[in-house]
Design a protein around this ligand. Sequence first.
Ligand code: GLA
Length: 413
Amino acid sequence: MKQLILTAAALCTLAQGIGAQKFEGLAQTPPMGWNSWNTFACDINEKVIRETADLFVSLGLKDAGYEYVVIDDGWMKMERDPETYLLVPDPEKFPNGIKALADYVHSKGLKFGIYNCAGTLTCGGYPGTRGFEYIDARQYAEWGVDFLKYDWCSTGAGNGDLPYQQNAPASYTLMRDAIYKAGRPMVFSICEWGDNQPWLWGEKVGHMWRVSGDIANCWDCELSYGGWSSWGVWSIIRMRPGIRKYSGPGHWNDFDMMEVGNGFTLAEDRTHFAMWCMLASPLILGNDIRTMSKDVLGIVTNRELIAINQDPLGIQAFRFIDEKGYEIWVKPLDKGEWAIAFVNMTDGRLHIDYDWRKHTVKDALFSRDIDFGKQTFDLRDATHNKAAGTSATNFVRDMDAHDIVVLRLTPKK
Ligand code: GLA
């Protein structure tokens, strides 16, 4: 009898073990790709996605590291199939279906992503996944999905048709398990806007989690729409002090799809992109890459900035200095290197004259520090791809409004 009970207990543990985890080994550096939402909202179709995949290759985005082509909300019909309960791709937007599109994206050597929501409806009002987790996960696996962004609309009382609020860790864990059971590795992108502190439970559940409500293409603003707001680049950067310790390989703080190329000045585009690199955020483009300028392409394919984002340690930068109209951000890198960003926060030009030796950098969280009196570094301007002297002399620069300089510091031998 004892033997029987023990065997039953072992089987239970085994059963819980199967399907009770996320796919490990994915997103070891921040995922890079493109998502349709910021430019197209629900007005998407397979032509846009195919053209985007083509351009990943011909514009050199793929070579620079961009990999995931992700369709956001708006890809399905308003109702599930009444007999199978499967989600149905909108036949006008996607006449060849999702599987053919995923195959096409894969044929370019890229990965394919899709969107749904933990609630009864998506944020755009299409059928959500609540109650259909295993069906939908299996469907995505069959289509060849490599990345699932999973949203948080219609999950509670007064928000959709539920009399109570869904529990976020439980809802995301349920979908995680469904994906695992379906058997196809997918990056699982948690998108509940930071409302339920996903940094506290997300590591075991997904590979990245949004830290804010939706991004807006403004430097520093809150655009209020009654019940919810969207946020400018600096509003998002400042929103969650203290969460950098939760981000790292396989589990990233996600500062949202970028607005680079969507109306900023070039200096602001540069700063936005470079800050996402410093923050080790997923680098998901949100502009129409079919019409992007050469300058914007240059910014988003800057290999030296991307290398800082993709550094194997995966440490998120912290604000080191905030004064006299500028901020300095610091990101420890692998092999004793560092990235240090100077940002002109003013609306005019700014002269920077920075004496390294007057500052000691300390990152207590990751046990890294620099004493510039004892150690000299070679400086490389990663924003403009050129050498920038050493830390033995002051760093002097005139900067445009809202511009950034990111330096890569290598210990001098
Ligand atoms: C939410 C998300 C956005 C986008 C839309 C789609 O607002 O935060 O990123 O996915 O839903 O409706």
